[in-house]
Design a protein around this ligand. Structure first.
Ligand SMILES: NC(=O)c1ccc[n+]([C@@H]2O[C@H](COP(=O)([O-])OP(=O)(O)OC[C@H]3O[C@@H](n4cnc5c(N)ncnc54)[C@H](O)[C@@H]3O)[C@@H](O)[C@H]2O)c1
Length: 440
């Protein structure tokens, strides 16, 4: 089976490499010449565990290639996946579909023989039908069907998520297209991932509804964590007690600095706009977004209070910049909302991240200092802020950290440590939803 991925980013590259691993002949196309050159010279432009080996193996086997040219790959394809970005449109919060529609136009020019065009990008309800219309207008002779196949992989665990998904959602309305898609996903089906077939609108909405629901769980537990701090409850104990109820589930009940990343912020905002456009309100999602912004602001206040009321002239060591561990993705990371506030108030920021520094340098204020070594980062700091729960921050040599720091405050925005253990080492410890009310 010949498969083309349009867009070779976090989703296109991982999906393309995984389909190749299952035996398809895959061409990943991207408009970014630098990305394609890097891939063709054996370099992986993103950090995703295991992706380098997977790509190398399938390139060597002759099943995976990279190009900027739509032709001849698209004309030879059985299935063409659109996996381009759908960022928030400036000004109005809608998903920006320019890349999707441009890809559709380019695909249309090169179609030859029956082809299924599949939306894998996260797109508002109705987009698959727009893609269908665009292709029909551009190339009235083309023999094709359009389908929707939203992607649920998580960065940092993308390969296993893709190969062992909870479900594959197919919005497909032609038997011929469904047959091809089922054939492509057959190796996944062997390990019993349910294939959920529905119409295109439902498939498109499954993706937004799922992300909005998960974001809501995060905002919910963050609000509960704020209450915990006032009443002397421990959010870990509360979340565990809730999560043991099978109807609630334990996942996504971790209090922290608010959700970020390339999906939840933009997808919650887009869902609100989609609903508004159709005259419906999504009040729970609106509240989720508001709570998330407030949580980031609370984290700034928490750091300020831990420093005695002012961050001016203080040195803050920030451990972790990416929105979560095991990725280099900085899109909408909480660090982007928190650090500029601290810099504005006169703090000196010394930052460390195992993978995110390259992108952070572009996105964070230029005054931020970057270090390769965690212990150099904390040297002379008044406070250490644990921003992302990378494994290497979970087992810090606390005695050494204490000796190197100028101050003695740790603000743990991910609740990595047990408060009692940190305090035993002589630190003043602040975390999220499990500290106040306990003796310092
Ligand atoms: N990143 C995730 O964890 C994730 C998970 C599930 C779904 N999604 C969705 O998948 C889509 C892609 O996300 P991503 O994170 O991979 O984005 P990305 O920005 O990493 O990659 C998109 C790529 O598309 C390329 N591109 C843009 N226009 C193009 C065109 N006309 N032809 C060829 N290439 C083009 C860009 O150069 C870029 O390399 C989005 O809709 C996103 O919401 C992302």
């Amino acid at each position: 089976m010949n498969v083309v991925m349009i867009g070779s980013g976090y989703v296109g590259l991982v999906s393309g490499a995984c389909f190749a691993e299952f035996g398809a002949n895959v061409t990943c196309i991207d408009v970014d010449q630098g990305k394609i050159d890097a891939l063709n010279s054996g370099k992986i432009p993103i950090y995703e565990p295991g992706l380098d080996d997977l790509v190398a193996r399938n390139v060597t086997a002759g099943r995976l290639g990279f190009t900027t040219a739509y032709d001849p790959a698209v004309s030879q394809a059985d299935l063409v996946f659109i996996a381009v970005g759908t960022p928030t449109r400036r000004g109005d919060g809608h998903a920006d579909l320019v890349y999707v529609y441009e890809a559709a136009k380019q695909i249309a020019k090169h179609l030859s023989g029956y082809t299924v065009i599949v939306d894998k990008s996260t797109v508002p309800v109705g987009t698959a039908r727009q893609v269908d219309r665009i292709i029909r207008e551009e190339n009235p002779q083309a023999d094709f069907d359009v389908a929707s196949n939203p992607e649920f992989l998580r960065e940092g665990a993308a390969i296993s998520d893709f190969m062992r998904p909870d479900r594959v959602v197919l919005g497909v309305e032609s038997e011929r297209a469904e047959k091809l898609l089922r054939e492509l996903y057959r190796p996944i089906n062997l390990i019993e991932a349910p294939i959920h077939v529905t119409n295109m609108e439902s498939a498109e909405l499954v993706k937004y509804a799922s992300n909005a629901f998960l974001a809501t769980k995060i905002s919910f537990i963050n609000e509960i964590s704020n209450l915990c701090e006032i009443v002397g409850a421990d959010v870990h104990a509360v979340a565990k007690g809730m999560g043991l109820d099978g109807r609630i589930g334990r996942k996504f009940l971790h209090a922290g600095p608010g959700y970020g990343g390339s999906c939840f912020p933009k997808d919650t905002t887009a869902l609100i706009r989609i609903a508004q456009e159709h005259g419906v309100t999504c009040r729970i999602v609106e509240a989720t977004v508001e709570v998330n912004a407030a949580q980031k602001a609370r984290m700034v206040k928490k750091i300020r209070e831990a420093l005695g009321g002012s961050e001016a002239g203080k040195t803050i060591a920030v451990l972790g910049l990416t929105f979560k561990p095991e990725t280099d993705d900085m899109r909408d990371s909480p660090s982007l909302a928190i650090i500029p506030n601290l810099v504005d108030k006169g703090a000196v920021i010394n930052a460390h991240d195992p993978q995110g520094v390259k992108e952070a340098k572009v996105l964070l204020p230029k005054q931020v200092n970057y270090f390769d070594d965690v212990y150099e980062t904390v040297t002379d700091a008044d406070v250490v802020v644990l921003m992302t729960e990378w494994n290497e921050y979970r087992g810090l040599q606390l005695k050494r950290v204490k000796e190197l720091m100028a101050g003695n405050v740790i603000v743990d925005l991910r609740n990595i440590y047990e408060p009692a253990i940190i305090r035993e080492h002589g630190f003043k410890y602040e975390c999220v939803g499990r500290c106040s009310g306990l003796p310092d």
